[in-house]
Design a binder for this molecule. Sequence first.
Ligand code: IVH
Length: 672
Amino acid sequence: MKTEEAKYKIEQISEQLRVHNHSYYVLSESNISDYDFDMLLEELQKLEEDFPEYAFEDSPTKRVGGTVAKNFETINHKYRMLSLGNSYSKEDIEDFENRIKKLVENELEYVCELKYDGVAIGITYKNGKLFQAVTRGDGVQGDDITANVKTIRSIPLQLKGNDYPDEFEIRGEIFYPKNVFEALNIAREEAGEDLYANARNTASGTLKMQDSGVVAQRRLDCYLYFVLGDNLPFKTHYDSIKKAGEWGFKIPTEKFKSIKKCKSIDEIFEFINYWDKERSNLNFEIDGIVIKVNNYARQEEIGFTAKSPKWAIAYKFKAEKVATKLLEITYQVGRTGAITPVANLAPVLLAGTTIRRASLHNSDQIEKLDVRVNDTVFIEKGGEIIPKIVGVEVGQRDIFSVPTQYISVCPECQTELHRKEGDAKHFCLNEWGCAPQIKGKMQHFISRKAMNIDGLGEETIDLLYEQNLAKNIADLYELNFDQLFELESFKEKKSQNIIDGLIASKQIPFERVLYATGIRFVGETVAKKLARQFKKIDNIINASFEELIAADEIGDKIAESIIHFFSIESNVELINRLRNHGLQFELSEDQLANATTKLEGLIFVVSGVFSKFSRDELKNSIEQNGGKVSSSISKKTSYIVAGENMGPSKLAKAEKLEVEIINEDRFLELIV
Ligand code: IVH
């Protein structure tokens, strides 16, 4: 075959296959037999082998996977991956509407959609091509699973049309269709393997497989429901979804009644009631309905809480409830010494999962439910992964039953338990002598948001602890290659990885080291504030209670905890050992050089889209220069930094309260 002819054929067959793919996997319409499809695919594969120079990067043949990932790269989300607030009743939805009505004057329109019960994914497209697919992770950063996602037939590799933005992200949910999941389990049963208990967890496991060739055979599917980008060409969420459909994505549609514009709560409830009945007929799991404010400008006015948009809410269908027997109550000790009672149950099937354990939270909960060993209890699986006990069948209790006596000593180290006023939980205070606490502290130290040490995971920490190789976080830095290499199943690469990861972690900035240290109540944000204001660890160690609470956003509880932490000599020693190993215990020169007090005492509200900064960069810059960022406009607001598309109600409020509005150039002048 001549090369010109081959080039033409490759183009032609690729396009044909793309069209068939879209009809079959996205629109659920079949225009070609499986056999003919496979023949075309085979022909293309052969042509691509003979003329690789003409093969498209995103050819339909690439769907079969083939790349093998060792580790998934961690990627920062450009836009945080938020969750949704939950609601369970008409009253909850009315409250949601009332909260919104306080923030906007215009008439509201909602969009109702299905709440797909799968694994959240964010997919970035550049110039119409699938560029990168990232898992939710912790919402701030996730794993790059592009190779695996590219094998999902309903996700386009190349978009249709020519009116898509140069770059945008689309979010959705990857899941196993019910029939595919069932077939997977039948095959496992035939092969004598354990069955998968839960479709969502299995989908999540599949997406983390290292061999995309295996993922390709698994027939995962994906619905997309949220478009994000810097200057999107739409005014409403509904239009964005419709356009996404035209570009080739599998989206909720009017045709299947899986999306609907609603003007009132009654209309929303019509949609909810319809799907509460119909959901069992779907070939995928949904766990509720999502209600979103349609208009982007209104969404912008309504804004976000730290965790979720205030303009959207999830309505959760009533959870399934079953009865089973409580066999035993055991007690777990957490990283902070907090005790959690756990109900061990007679195994029972609930919403597709076999349940053996449920959390009982604390002693008050046990008392409130008056739950006793041998009781028949009702368990429910709500939004949480861990099911909960919601009641006891008192009528079935035998007459010799006695109330549960809560433990008084730690089940791990036998130290007497304490419960401080205001704490719901009992605590074991033997921080340095109680195994789960010590291991928990080390696990927190290496975790992603803390030191993020490559190669070290929870299991390795357990092993190092059990083998007496690391009994605290400083010991980790004294490990050598030979000690690791001698451990069972530790090959050269794995051992070297850990050593390299530990060395690399010495560059982690002060605020994260401070967070990693694990002082109670010093979370990520507090660690940042402390680092910025005190600049080095010694200033924190030596600070008095008064000095601590004088710092921005540090209250009594945090200050007390910090004082307590450093009053323990072994903690100070630990810090000194880490410092001698070269960890960062003060702000870097760079951070110090960029930090100023130019905005001290000023409170900023940031609104709209900016050209010189991302919104997070702008907020960081305000804080770096000593200013404060607030999410709502009040009399105390010093400036609103406004970009494009600032919401009209924010504008009105700013004018009413006479708060000065500045653009990003004027902001830059404030900090030079
Ligand atoms: S919108 C900022 N729409 O449910 C709003 N989410 O429990 C982003 N989900 O984080 C979410 N179906 O992973 C949206 N139609 C839908 C959804 C949906 C399922 C997931 C998503 C979200 C979680 C919240």
